[in-house]
Write a protein that binds this ligand. Structure first.
Ligand SMILES: COc1cc(C(=O)NC2CCN(C)CC2)ccc1Nc1cc2c(cn1)c(C)nn2-c1cc(Cl)cc(CCC(N)=O)c1
Length: 305
């Protein structure tokens, strides 16, 4: 049993977990980190030795009154589970199971042993356009699957883009995702991560699929420039830059890379390409898209491409 003091709320995580839906028993392994109000541990099936990532959300934390930060209300965890459990795509983290005990909700997910693209970017600072074509193609394919199923992710950022041993991208964390019920349906709740949040979410004009296109633009910019496009030392400064659409395109980018970024970072959501159009942009069509990347690309640039 692990009790970790946290904001005066104790996280109680048993050493052993029983999943009644799959009839599996897991032993708790390493702590991988936190995300929002969730904590993530490695869990190992005691019979098969299969290893998973387990996202654990404390029921006590979920019952806390809303703070300024986005908080996970009980129904929101249920929404995350109801959306994620129905997904099946090679660029989406696999959802295996979820179960509860008196203290927590447990979500059993695909383990991505090379962590997230946040660590990749922190280690490499900037990646080559050759590598960017590899990652962005997989992200677009995953988001196209979501949009075709009328789901908006709403929190696409490097920390939610996980990498498996083959450096395949897996989109995770559906904690802010929402389902669009009908054509023209728009959402008004303010959500997302400060650096990558679309202007129409900030100004509460109503948002839809185009907000994910903006976030993909922020992800691609950060990978190629080494920092987010609207970065500022204060949160207010970030929001001000986003609302003004104020950013600079790095001088070292090719025209096709710059054009793709500019198309996604349009202030007016209507002017951004739909996800299906992105795969046909010149940046991905006019040059080789690698089918695989060697794992040393986590730490150094490949000479090829
Ligand atoms: C072997 O697989 C992993 C290892 C690590 C890791 O080594 N983290 C270190 C642990 C030690 N401390 C000191 C630094 C971070 C981190 C993540 C791993 N894999 C891994 C982690 C995963 C997933 C798949 N696979 C999924 C899906 N959701 N989450 C998930 C969920 C939450 Cl709530 C928080 C975090 C941590 C923050 C982050 N974005 O990585 C992750």
């Amino acid at each position: 049993m692990t009790a970790a003091p946290e904001n005066k709320t104790t996280y109680v995580v048993p050493d052993s977990l029983f999943d009644p839906h799959r009839g599996r028993t897991y032993k708790r392994g390493r702590f991988f980190g936190k995300g929002g109000f969730a904590r993530c541990y490695e869990i190992i099936d005691v019979h098969t030795d299969d290893v998973f990532a387990c996202k654990i959300v404390s029921k006590k934390l979920m019952m806390k009154p809303r703070q300024e930060e986005e908080t996970a209300e009980p129904e929101e965890i249920a929404v995350e589970i109801s959306i994620h459990r129905g997904l099946n795509h090679r660029s989406i983290v696999k959802f295996f199971s979820c179960f509860d005990d008196i203290d927590n909700t447990y979500i059993v997910l695909e383990l991505c042993r090379k962590r997230s693209m946040s660590e990749l970017q922190r280690r490499r600072k900037i990646i080559t356009e050759f590598e960017c074509r590899y990652y962005i193609t997989q992200i677009i394919e995953g988001v196209q699957y979501l949009h075709n199923n009328r789901i908006i992710h709403r929190d696409l950022k490097l920390a939610n883009l996980f990498l498996n041993d083959m450096l395949h991208v897996k989109i995770g964390d559906f904690g802010l995702a929402t389902r669009i019920e009908f054509e023209g349906d728009r959402r008004y709740s303010v959500c997302g991560s400060p650096n990558y949040i679309a202007p129409e979410i900030l100004t509460k004009k109503g948002h839809s699929f185009e907000a994910d296109i903006w976030s993909i633009g922020c992800v691609m910019y950060t990978l190629l420039a080494g920092r987010p496009p609207f970065h500022h030392k204060t949160r207010e400064g970030i929001f001000s830059n986003i609302k003004k659409g104020q950013y600079s395109v790095p001088s070292w980018l090719t025209i096709s890379a710059a054009d793709m970024l500019v198309s996604m970072l349009q202030l007016d959501p209507e002017r951004r390409p739909a996800i299906g159009q992105l795969l046909n942009c010149n940046f991905l069509k006019a040059a080789k898209v690698p089918q695989f990347l060697p794992s040393f690309c986590l730490t150094m640039a490949p000479r090829i491409g």
